[in-house]
Design a protein around this ligand. Structure first.
Ligand code: URA
Length: 204
């Protein structure tokens, strides 16, 4: 499918969707955030990757996964032999949720109300791209895609049928790896993350 192929399934064109998302008011997170961070990548991607929400750097740049978690993600994708430039990358929640602490903005976990409000956008992105594989990184992305509470430890590493069609794959969020204080554990979890990414891509 070409990048500019007309959408045949009744979904809006991606550009129009992205434009509409800049003014999203579906939940209150838009107000303190700098901007909507929409998905990015080729529209004919076979793989879509869904994260949690933009972080501080993504909020400023307007692009997903450009900060510290993005660096881990890039390393894992390279280790898994998947080209990031061929993958569509997006987030379950499209505004940065944070708590101000002095001059810093500290990441705050999105609530179920925010995830469920923002689900509409992820569903639209999936309806347009119709990726063969959608990888959910972390429980927030899992909830967004499956429409129910998920536990990564219990459901990772196997194909999941997604509502509305397509196959999903659940794995950890790269930020989880950054939070592990023990180097041996972090290496082990990074390897498991890479294994999940590779296994998902092998389904294609
Ligand atoms: N973490 C995410 O889940 N998404 C980003 O875009 C950046 C950090």
């Amino acid at each position: 499918r070409a990048r500019t192929a007309p959408v045949q399934n009744g979904a809006k064109p991606w550009d129009a969707l992205r434009e509409e998302a800049t003014g999203c008011r579906r939940c209150p997170l838009w107000k303190p955030a700098t901007q909507t961070v929409f998905g990015q990548g080729p529209l004919d991607a076979e793989i879509m990757v869904v994260g949690e929400q933009p972080g501080d750097q993504e909020d400023l740049a307007g692009e997903p996964f450009v900060g510290p978690a993005g660096k881990v993600f890039d390393e894992a994708m390279t280790a898994a032999g998947i080209e990031r430039s061929r993958v569509y990358v997006t987030n379950a929640v499209k505004h940065f949720k944070f708590e101000p602490r002095g001059k810093r903005r500290i990441h705050a976990k999105p609530g179920t109300g925010e995830i469920d409000a923002c689900r509409w956008w992820v569903e639209q992105e999936r309806a347009i791209l119709r990726p063969r594989m959608t990888i959910a990184m972390g429980a927030t992305a899992g909830r967004s895609l499956l429409g129910r509470a998920v536990t990564v430890g219990r459901e990772r590493g196997r194909p999941l049928a997604l509502p509305g069609g397509g196959e999903g794959w659940l794995t950890v969020h790269p930020s989880y790896l950054l939070r592990l204080p023990d180097k041996a554990k972090a290496d082990q979890e990074f390897a498991a993350f890479v294994h999940d990414l590779r296994s998902a891509a092998a389904r294609l």
